[in-house]
Design a protein around this ligand. Structure first.
Ligand SMILES: [Cu+2]
Length: 175
């Protein structure tokens, strides 16, 4: 029993997903352009808090962070944030929906718009240090490692005790 418990613990330690912040290159190799299909692209990605979005685009484009209403109506006049440096990296710092478009006239209508939903990954694993981190079993490595070490040590003790009991019994029978 103890051995299987230790094996399970070790398996959980090895198999527990270690979440690293991912960088999502918008549109993949096609980048941020009028020929991209960003609803399809976004559907294939999982966005977690702490990840980054990377927009790569030519000089005729830009990146605006916009509201849902402006996204739905392709309004480009009220950007929350606006970028035009050709390579824009945006950190996804909180969970919830985010909306982007290209501010160049007519480009939103031709499909240069992106809506994503950022998930709070801290409930899945103890990854990025966010302000509200609930206590999860899989907190950083040191406590779990020491748990594993004491668990293993404890089972070794039981094993030794068990072996001596068996040997003692055998010895008693033989005499
Ligand atoms: Cu554009």
């Amino acid at each position: 029993m103890a051995v299987s418990a230790v094996a399970t613990l070790l398996f959980l330690l090895v198999a527990s997903p270690v979440a690293f912040a991912a960088n999502h290159v918008v549109g993949g190799s096609g980048g941020w352009s009028q020929s991209g299909d960003y609803s399809t692209w976004a559907a294939g990605e999982t966005f977690n808090v702490g990840d980054t979005l990377e927009f790569n685009y030519g000089g005729s484009h830009g990146v605006d962070v916009i509201s849902k209403n402006d996204y739905d109506n392709c309004n480009t006049g009220n950007a929350i944030e606006s970028y035009s440096d050709g390579k824009t990296t945006i950190k996804l710092s909180k969970a919830g929906p985010m909306y982007f478009t290209c501010p160049t006239f007519g480009h939103c209508q031709t499909g240069m718009k992106l809506a994503i939903t950022v998930k709070d990954s801290s409930t899945l694993s103890g990854s990025p240090p966010s302000s509200t981190t609930p206590s999860t079993p899989s907190t950083p490595s040191t406590p779990s490692d020491s748990n594993g070490a004491t668990g293993h040590f404890g089972s070794m003790n039981k094993f030794v005790v068990g072996v001596s009991v068996v040997l003692g019994a055998m010895f008693a029978f033989m005499c």
